[in-house]
Design a protein. Structure first.
Length: 260
């Protein structure tokens, strides 16, 4: 009579085989949460800085005016370090809602001249746009597409493919609110290198105009007597609108070619 073998009893897992996450897996799992926490904290700090800068705008202008001899001397002695600090200030200043873009461009022209001042101002603004896009995607991309993904889906391919031209045109025309342009790469997956280049090229003409104005004055305090609306003459707006139209020409021709 054959001997029946007893069914195999599953061997209990050893303590080392249980599904306990390793230290590395635990750190990886906690990293997104801590990253969002740090980004949120950074956002609050930037907003607090923006509020302080807005509330003390006149004091900042007075400090710049009183320190202009020291600032120009520092630029003459350490031009590279001064340029890097200026780009950093523009980057942080443009990240916040502080409406000081005109003062930053004006000061750049006063300190570095119209050409270099315009380039440095545009570089800082481009870095700021990339920071806003990266932060916004990390914090708001999923909630936005969770609620409005179905409505955004039909236009996402076209906006993503032509995002460089759209951002370039919007940056060229200064009447388009900067916050509206900053939202576009948060919602749509436009490559950040295109956001960087489009912002730099789009802001360069206006930066040059304002930097030239800053280079022509004898004191930074003159920035308090001039507003951006005084610079935006009808002739300048018409020229910038023409450049913006040229920037939109390529996607328009591409769209017509695809239809035909």
């Amino acid at each position: 009579m054959p001997i029946q073998s007893s069914p195999a009893v599953p061997r209990p897992q050893a303590a080392s085989e249980t599904a306990i996450p390793s230290g590395r897996e635990h750190r990886v799992a906690c990293r997104p949460r801590s990253f969002v926490l740090w980004l949120t904290l950074l956002g609050f700090v930037l907003l607090a800085g923006a509020w302080a800068a807005t509330a003390h705008h006149a004091d900042i202008l007075g400090w710049l005016s009183g320190s202009q001899s020291s600032l120009t001397g520092w630029v003459a002695v350490w031009p590279v370090a001064a340029a890097m600090v200026y780009v950093l200030v523009v980057t942080v200043g443009k990240v916040t809602p502080f409406p000081g873009g005109f003062l930053l461009m004006f000061t750049g022209g006063f300190l570095f001249g119209p050409g270099l001042g315009a380039v440095l101002s545009a570089v800082g603004s481009a870095f700021s746009a990339v920071m806003i896009a990266a932060l916004g995607r990390r914090l708001f991309h999923q909630p936005i597409h969770r609620h409005w993904g179905a409505r955004l889906a039909p236009v996402t391919p076209a906006v993503t493919a032509n995002g460089f031209h759209f951002i370039l045109a919007a940056r060229l025309f200064p009447l388009v609110p900067a916050w509206a342009v900053n939202v576009v790469p948060v919602i749509f997956p436009i490559p950040l290198n295109r956001v960087l280049l489009a912002t730099f090229l789009g802001l360069l003409p206006l930066s040059f105009v304002v930097a030239t104005l800053g280079h022509q004055v004898s004191s930074i305090a003159a920035a308090g007597e001039v507003a951006l609306r005084d610079v935006l003459t009808p002739q300048l707006l018409l020229a910038l609108a023409a450049l913006a139209a040229l920037a939109l020409l390529a996607p328009l021709l591409r769209s017509r070619g695809a239809r035909s």
